[in-house]
Design a protein around this ligand. Structure first.
Ligand code: UD1
Length: 341
């Protein structure tokens, strides 16, 4: 039987590269497209090494270019598209909102436009940020979406709505939105992982860079939150587990198993971890001491959020399997790989 081909937009980045590996290992053909505006070729080269496939097609392009997007879909037979290509820095989005609205909305609309003409189903990379500061934990897909504190978060909500409305209007397509909690870690091969530019905003890259000596000290933002140890709680999801959720979702779309034309799934572990618990777990599993201090709260942070992943468990047949220890060991192995150690 002919293999199905999945287009991965933004496939050279952190999540896209891990998803590409899992799709290839699950037997799909993958077409990677990326404008390389926020990454270099490290992860794409890593993907080729892990999969032993030197021939993964790659197109350098921006999906903000409607003609280029149309041409890509005309040139290749694409059965499903996973759309990652977007800007993702929360702080930058506050400073440069138009950059975020233009890029993240326009690229997605161009993808939907090209996909709907060909009956190509769409998977959108959404975020738990759409829940804002939830009143009831854990959050289910029915939990209300809260007003976002950043243009980045707004683009995630808007893209969800654009997909929902498009799927409703155009009978040729179906859509899935996956709401990621906090993706962390790296591939067990240590050949692909997170490559933040400049000072990392996210917790785990900051931890690994501090451990390797690139940063002096980790600031834990706030220890006076109403949580068991006073630090924020999140649902940290291993990047390989997260990537596998995409394979299950693509399979559901391509095998005609969707029960609704637009489906939403939380992709998390269901278990909260505090910043302090995560730091301690990192120290323990990697047998090192991390230089950290408590600092004031960071603007825009929510106190606590974690997923109820039971819908994804039940409907996608997906479940997070990797332990926090495995994940944090992988994150550390990746940082050492980058440092050539
Ligand atoms: C943020 C985004 C989320 C996005 C995710 C990507 C918001 C509000 N958050 O989540 O949409 O999907 O990044 O991974 O839009 N922390 C420290 N010190 C640091 C860095 C972080 O203490 O140097 C703490 C934060 O206060 C927070 C936790 O670590 O409690 C996790 O922070 P981070 O990794 O930045 O993720 P989120 O803010 O949860």
């Amino acid at each position: 039987m002919e293999k199905k081909r999945v287009l991965v937009s933004g496939g050279a980045g952190f999540i896209g590269s891990h998803v590409t590996v899992e799709l290839i290992e699950a037997g799909y053909d993958v077409l990677v497209a990326d404008d390389m505006s926020n990454c270099d070729s490290t992860c794409f080269e890593g993907v080729k090494k892990i999969t032993g496939r030197d021939d993964i097609p790659f197109v350098k392009m921006t999906f903000c270019d409607a003609a280029a997007t149309e041409k890509l879909f005309a040139d290749w037979k694409i059965d499903a598209v996973i759309h990652f290509a977007a800007f993702k820095a929360v702080g930058e989005s506050v400073a440069e909102p138009l950059k975020y609205y233009k890029n993240n909305l326009e690229s997605f609309m161009n993808v939907i436009e090209a996909a709907r003409k060909r009956g190509c189903n769409i998977l959108f990379s959404s975020s738990a940020t759409v829940y804002g500061e939830p009143d009831i934990l854990p959050v289910t897909e029915q939990s209300p979406r809260m007003p976002s504190t950043s243009p980045y978060g707004n683009t995630k909500q808007m893209c969800e709505d654009i997909l929902r409305d498009s799927v409703k209007a155009y009978s040729s397509i179906k859509g899935i939105a996956l709401r990621y909690f906090n993706p962390i870690g790296a591939h067990p091969s240590a050949l692909i992982g997170e490559l933040p530019r400049g000072v990392p905003n996210n917790l785990v890259p900051f931890i690994t860079q501090t451990a390797i000596g690139k940063r002096e000290c980790l600031s834990i933002f706030g220890n006076d939150y109403p949580t068991p140890d006073g630090t924020c709680q999140r649902d940290y999801i291993d990047i390989v587990d997260l990537a596998r959720a995409h394979v299950y979702a693509v399979r559901r779309m391509l095998d005609g198993k969707m029960e609704q034309d637009y489906e939403i799934y939380n992709v998390g572990t269901g278990t909260p971890l505090s910043v302090l618990e995560l730091v301690k777990a990192f120290e323990k599993v990697n047998n090192l001491k991390l230089n950290y201090k408590f600092a004031p709260r960071r603007d825009g942070d929510v106190t606590a959020i974690w997923a109820d992943p039971s819908l994804a468990n039940e409907k996608l047949g997906w479940k997070a399997t990797r332990t926090t220890e495995e994940t944090l060991a992988a994150a550390w192995a990746w940082e050492k790989h980058l440092a050539g150690k």
